[in-house]
Design a protein around this ligand. Sequence first.
Ligand SMILES: Cc1cc2nc3c(=O)[nH]c(=O)nc-3n(C[C@H](O)[C@H](O)[C@H](O)COP(=O)(O)OP(=O)(O)OC[C@H]3O[C@@H](n4cnc5c(N)ncnc54)[C@H](O)[C@@H]3O)c2cc1C
Length: 416
Amino acid sequence: MHACVIGAGVIGVTTAWQLAREGWQVTLVDAATEPASGASHANGGQLSYSYVAPLAGPGVLPHLPSWLLSPSSPLRFRLRADPLQWRWCLQFLQACNARAASATSAQLLALSYLSRQVLHDIQQDNPIDFAHARNGKLIVYRTPALLDKARAQVALQADLGSDQQILTTEQLIAQEPALAPARATLAGAIYTSSEESGDCARFTQGLARQLATMGQVTLRPQTTIQQLERHHGRIRRLLTVTGEAIEADQFVLAAGMGSRPLLAALGVRAPLYPLKGYSLSLPCHQEQVPAISVTDYERRTVYAKLGDTLRIAAMVGIGMPSQGIEADRIALVKRQAQELLPQVNLGPAQAWAGQRPATPHGRPLIGRSRAADNLWLNIGHGALGFTLACGSSHLLGSLMAGAAPAINPAPFRPDC
Ligand SMILES: Cc1cc2nc3c(=O)[nH]c(=O)nc-3n(C[C@H](O)[C@H](O)[C@H](O)COP(=O)(O)OP(=O)(O)OC[C@H]3O[C@@H](n4cnc5c(N)ncnc54)[C@H](O)[C@@H]3O)c2cc1C
């Protein structure tokens, strides 16, 4: 059987790897010259297996007015004359309740634990050099009231077997001395020892190199798919922008935000909307940077040491232009990073912007598409694509093979 996977981001490459391992002949196509050129390129690097709560949570509505009005808010919203935006936002707001958020969290947790297992298996069998660190995550709080709220959550999760510690400011500094200069502004932290981090692009490219050595895999960079040609309810072939046809038995759409127009041309509406985010990458040979990955909770900014690079990622922009880096947003990320890590020289930092392909409810869409019998989707991973990639691809591989999946696939079943 021959499968063609569209998209060589972290989702498409892990999908192709999973299928090839299961004996499929695989063609992996991408518009770009190398894998991980889209959202997977310079993301926050968090393998955030325990922190998978969807963006649509009960805390969103009370904060929304202040987030929308404040120029230093992590969220920026631009209303567009775009029914796709309105529909997505409406569905997002409908999902902002405790019942939906806790159900989604439990479903994503099952997927993230599967992901962790698959990634560890890859690292054990054929390790990829992607600055993989397994040294936990610190969520730092600036406001004592918020730390108290988190304390209650930690107590709750401890009953569910989660290994988390609450740290006073002094304990936090002892654990992560790079935060000492910001001591006066910090109220404390939650430390979760099981969290991991790594460079998503290096992982994706490393796995793609492994794919290239597998006899039955063909990698086709610089191949932009224009159309999925359907005939009698099945995809017959793909047509590229240069008019070339690519045939296969089964097709997987894993093209991030590029999936939406391809599905729309088949008459189905994928509930995907881009959430724009920004990152800074800078060399960190000499300066004292956090060795443990850090989330600045109130600012929704993450810091990860990826080998000799410090990666800082932040912000959610809804309705922003797909290309370009908004100067005021990246200046804000720099200012806030400088406050937390005044000892770091941000001068050489390289800025990047990417689009998280997000569903309103926060669950990725994994499974057969309604558009055609032999079309499968692995899309919509939002802010957690790196974390969820290996599990999502494992799940899709089982569904495509007709094998029993490792977790319940129902919550992720596409309705498009
Ligand atoms: C600022 C930021 C920080 C983030 N931080 C984290 C984090 O810390 N941890 C985490 O788990 N996740 C994080 N994410 C989310 C994660 O990066 C994404 O969920 C993930 O990269 C999505 O992967 P993907 O393969 O679906 O999409 P992409 O990486 O965008 O890949 C899609 C690919 O499809 C190709 N393509 C599109 N259309 C076509 C076409 N018509 N023909 C051929 N090819 C096509 C594109 O060229 C691209 O290579 C972050 C995202 C951002 C933006």
